[in-house]
Design a protein around this ligand. Structure first.
Ligand code: 5AD
Ligand code: FES
Length: 350
């Protein structure tokens, strides 16, 4: 336990000195007092590097069709029970306009890997949305260089694509139709094209060890990710992992806190999954290193159908409620609602 404090001080002073072994020790440490100290440290680092602003990213989940078959995900193509939907491009742009009018400075377009949305269709939506004075983030999965380039040239600012797990063997088991190397290739292309890039992992996947999670931390650090999304595994009843146990909330918080310490100036969301496995989970996450929140702007009736995992919060809320709700949340926490696009501002160690 003494050892954990020593490691923490060392990696806080020099994030690139952190080794897999050291991070594994910290993740396995279950002394409550140490964990509290870790959370408090991450909260201080967050304040020092990115301040008290919480950036709001309005999320539009515009299609739940997916060509992939990820074992954990409710949108997987083998899930025949799910009713599928696609919003119309006009409807998506209209929703983005509304989010901008409500004060959102970033729009996130997310979907399953739905190739019926051609690169050109997406590009046209980006151009329309850029008229609303917003940053545009895409989260559309794996596509090729030409498509990523077209979207960047059309004005897209950021791309979110979690690496899910940095253990290639575990990745293979969970993703029957894709490979970790392919994911990595996409992330590298996105970076090369000048996107702000977000990766991140699922915590508590079946078969995942503390060592694997330490690999996730090292992976996002070494990529110098601009954004890192982390959340617990939540078993979906209509997937092969239905009967596995969910990820642990405290372990997720430790992953968030350590990510903040390893990449102090990154943008880290308090994810919806954190709010789903624990009431008030997003609020707690915002006080353990996170500085971003992603209110759901997906219109009814589609929002209930975007079932990555069961029990997702906000599904039964009015579809205009989440944005004002997260603003109130930020104020309750004595933080400030971000007024800028909330790009990453690279900072040298203080
Ligand atoms: N539990 C937790 N996270 C999940 N995701 C998909 N399915 C689940 C699940 N069952 C996450 C993946 C994906 C993101 C959009 O949602 O990390 O990248
Ligand atoms: Fe959706 Fe609070 S964020 S209701």
């Amino acid at each position: 336990m003494r050892e954990s404090y020593v490691i923490l001080e060392k990696i806080k002073a020099d994030p690139y000195s952190a080794t897999l072994e050291e991070l594994t020790v910290l993740l396995k440490e279950n002394d409550e007092e140490f964990n509290e100290y870790l959370f408090q440290t991450a909260d201080e680092v967050r304040r020092e590097y990115v301040g008290d602003e919480v950036h709001i990213r309005a999320l539009i989940e515009f299609s739940n069709y997916c060509r992939r078959d990820c074992k954990y995900c409710g949108l997987r193509r083998s899930n025949r029970k799910l009713r599928r939907y696609r919003m119309k491009p006009e409807e998506i742009v209209q929703r983005a306009r509304m989010a901008a009018e409500m004060g959102a400075r970033t729009i996130v377009l997310q979907s399953g890997e739905d190739l019926t949305f051609t690169a050109e269709t997406i590009a046209d939506m980006i151009k329309e949305m850029k008229k609303f004075d917003v940053a545009v983030t895409l989260s559309l999965g794996e596509r090729d260089y030409r498509e990523y380039k077209l979207w960047k040239d059309s004005g897209a600012d950021r791309y979110l694509m979690r690496h899910e797990t940095a253990n290639p063997e575990l990745y293979r088991k969970l993703h029957p139709d894709s490979r970790f190397e392919e994911r990595l290739k996409c992330l590298k292309i996105l970076r090369e094209l000048g996107y702000e890039v977000g990766a991140g992992s699922i915590v508590g996947l079946p078969g995942q060890t503390a060592w694997d999670m330490a690999m996730d931390l090292i992976f996002t650090r070494d990529m110098d990710c601009d954004m890192v999304g982390i959340g617990p595994f939540i078993p979906h009843p209509d997937t092969p992992l239905a009967h596995e146990k969910p990820g642990d909330f405290i372990m997720c918080l430790k992953m968030v806190a350590l990510t903040r310490i390893l990449i102090p100036d990154s943008n880290i969301p308090a994810t919806t999954a954190m709010g789903t496995i624990k009431p008030g989970g997003r609020e707690i996450t915002l006080q353990c290193g996170a500085n971003v929140i992603m209110p759901n702007l997906t219109p009814t009736p589609y929002r209930a159908l975007y079932q990555l995992y069961p029990g997702k919060i906000c599904v039964f809320e009015s579809d205009v409620r989440c944005l004002p709700c997260v603003k109130m949340m930020i104020e309750r926490l004595n933080r400030k609602v971000g007024t800028t696009y909330g790009n990453r501002v690279k900072k040298k160690a203080a």
